[in-house]
Design a binder for this molecule. Sequence first.
Ligand SMILES: [Zn+2]
Length: 239
Amino acid sequence: MQKDIQFKEISIKVIRKDIKNSHLSVYPPNGRVILVTPKKTRHEVARAYAVSKIKWIRTQQAKFKGQVREYPRKFINRESHQLWGCYYLMKVNYKNEKPSVTLSNKYIILTVRPGFGLIKRAKVIHDWHKTLLNSFIPTLIKRWEKKLNVKVSNYSLQKMKTKWGSCNKASGRIRFNTELVKKPKDLVEYIVVHEMIHLIESKHNDRFIKILDKHYPFWRDARSELNKLPLAAEIFKKN
Ligand SMILES: [Zn+2]
């Protein structure tokens, strides 16, 4: 009989095989632990081996958790923030002047009035994100309108929980997730192209894939990179 191992909060599935050495693995996305061990190894020995690796298991599991869930930001000094695929440290200045955000090679410098709480600080950053996207996305739309021979009637930006973008084929409107500002620009372009192809084909069917393959042959890499980076969202959800 195959007995699994439980050590505190960690469950380890044990698989017996015709092998020489035990092998322990932690799998994404939930950090599931599997121990493959030789058939003749006694359960106590397998357990002792797994328990000796608990620290490593916890580290691996923490890594996966960090990948799928982003901790809520507080917009305070020395907090790490992403922009266009790079990491910056936040620097907050409290000054009696119009709130602003500037970028140096290492810092995102947020200037707010004394007494600005978390929600107000977050809003200043969110507005800044919108400004940045608004200075980037229209160029992409123009370029791809020509290539795809489509017309975007209007686009909007908003925080979205599960998608990077969405498209209404009938009205020609496209919505983009403001979180895109954290991703490398080529991945933002992939989302723009993806949503614009929905103006031709609303479903993720063969026709859609064919158009995507033709115009953006590296879309599979782009998609897996977007899903791997923090704040992963299922971008192939049905609209
Ligand atoms: Zn889609």
